[in-house]
Every structure is written in C-alpha cells, then in structure tokens.
Design a protein around this ligand. Structure first.
Ligand code: ADP
Ligand code: MG
Length: 253
C-alpha cells in the first residue's frame, strides 16, 4: 500500500512568557491509506499538539511531516479536523448549508447545485437527512458532531483528523457514535487519524493504536489492533485493553 502520512522524528516546543514547554519529543510513525489510526495517551501528552501540527496549525520545532511524500507546512482541505467542541457549526446556517459552505469557498464544487447535491449525500450518510434544514441550536451534541463529520467528509480529504470528537457526549451516545464512525469508515474507506485518552475508544475504533507516554509525549508502542471489529467482551478485546493498560501504567525500560 502507498504510504500516506509520515511523521518523522518530530519534536514540538511551545515558547512564550519567557518559558518553553516541550510538548512532543522525537515522535515517528506513519499512517497508511485506509487505516483508522489512533493516538492514545494521557491528558497533556501532546496529542492535540501533534494533530494540530499535521493539520498545519502548529509548526514543528524539529523533524518533518509529509503527506504522500510532500512536506506539510500549512493547513489545507486535504486534512480536515473534527474537534471535541459542539460549537464547530455556523449557527446562522442550516445543517445542509453548513456542509455546502466549505465546498463553495474551497472551490471543490463547480456550482451551488453540485455543492448541495454532494452535501446532501454526506448529510444522509451520517443519518441527518431529516434534520438537513435544522439550525445547530436545535440539535443534540451527538447530532452536531454528526454534522461536523459530514462537513469534513464532504471535502473528501486525504485524511480525516479527529481530536476527541466524542469526549463530551454521554456514554450511550458516545458508544453509538463510535459504531457509526466504524460504519462510515467501512462505507467511504477514508483514512482517519483519531486522538483519544480512552482505552475503550481506542480498541473499539482503531486498526492501529499508537500508545504515547506522558509529557513530553513520546511513542511508547505502536500496536496493530487484533480486536478490531470484535465484540467488546471477546477475549482479543479484553487482551488488547490489558496490554494497553500495562503500557500506560508502567514507565518504559
Ligand atoms: P493533550 O491533547 O494530549 O491533552 P496538548 O497537546 O493539548 O495535550 O498539550 C501538550 C502540552 O503542551 C501541555 O503541557 C500543554 O500545557 C502544552 N501546550 C498546549 N498548547 C500550548 C500553547 N498554545 N502554548 C503553550 N503550551 C501549550
Ligand atoms: Mg487534547
């Protein structure tokens, strides 16, 4: 399979107020096309920093990030981000128009008709067809996240970046959204890079799981998820959780 995203020996340092914070140190990994790649680690280990660097919002201090061999230096519609917050939608636009808008401003659709047709397809895919004319303030948190996912997918990015998008949802909705995301991924084949601090979420979602160590974030281990698509109480699922817990609770040798 062709290599899609390469993160090579990346360190990221924040500077300000006379202090510097080393958020990420010497992190390397690659994500192949079609993977659901999870970055898992405790709060503050630099997961969001890494995602923002891949999105082009934060510069790397050392190392390089490449997409299909090309160095990444700025944001682009080939890498779209879905965040944790529920306020990612434009409140004065309907669900459908929230999806149409970026298709028009990025020039991805040649006409308003084409943009609306493509937007409607993705709104339907995330199960919001009945709510396409609703305004964001009338939607639940889970529905807002569905709309944000539809908007991102409609841009047909090379890689979908997700920063704890389900972390503010109640437990039932969260579990439901995880299974919906798996279904969307099977349907579209989109490459996903998903950040979480939840072991359960990582094992339910990931084809690959990069376990990070606490601040400054370093790679602890890269795991191929043997439990992907398995029931949540199956032996491989339980074993994978156990392995990850062991990695997160011990310091590297
Ligand atoms: P995570 O997403 O894993 O919780 P973050 O990437 O948000 O971690 O943060 C990693 C470290 O970098 C933390 O110590 C945080 O305080 C620091 N940090 C994050 N953003 C900034 C910033 N804009 N300026 C200075 N320090 C920051
Ligand atoms: Mg974060």
């Amino acid at each position: 399979m062709p290599c899609s995203l390469e993160v090579e020996r990346v360190s990221i340092q924040y500077a300000g107020d006379g202090r510097t914070t080393l958020a990420i140190e010497d992190v390397s990994f690659s994500v192949q096309q079609g993977e659901k790649f999870i970055i898992l680690g405790p709060s503050g280990c630099g997961k969001s920093t890494l995602l923002k660097a891949i999105a082009g919002f934060v510069p790397v201090s050392q190392g390089a990030i490449r997409l299909d061999g090309q160095p990444l230096r700025q944001p682009g519609p080939d890498r779209v981000v879905v965040f944790q917050e529920f306020d990612q939608l434009l409140p004065w636009k309907t669900v459908l128009d929230n999806v149409v808008y970026p298709l028009q401003v990025t020039g991805q659709a040649r006409s308003r008709g084409e943009a609306r047709e493509r937007a409607a397809r993705f709104v339907d895919l995330v199960g919001l067809d009945e709510f396409k004319d609703a305004y964001p303030h009338t939607l639940s948190g889970g529905m807002k996240q569905r709309a944000a996912i539809a908007r991102s997918l409609a841009l047909e990015p090379r890689i979908l970046l997700m920063d704890e998008p389900f972390a503010s949802l109640d437990a039932l909705t969260r579990s439901h959204m995880q299974h919906e995301l798996n279904a969307i991924w099977r349907h579209t084949g989109v490459t996903i890079l998903f950040v979480t601090h939840s072991i359960e979420e990582a094992v339910v979602l990931g084809t690959n799981i990069l376990v990070m160590s606490p601040r400054p974030g370093r790679v602890r281990q890269l795991l191929v998820n043997e439990a992907a698509e398995q029931p949540v109480d199956s032996p491989p699922y339980v074993a994978m959780q156990h392995t990850i817990r062991g990695l997160l609770e011990t310091t590297p040798p």
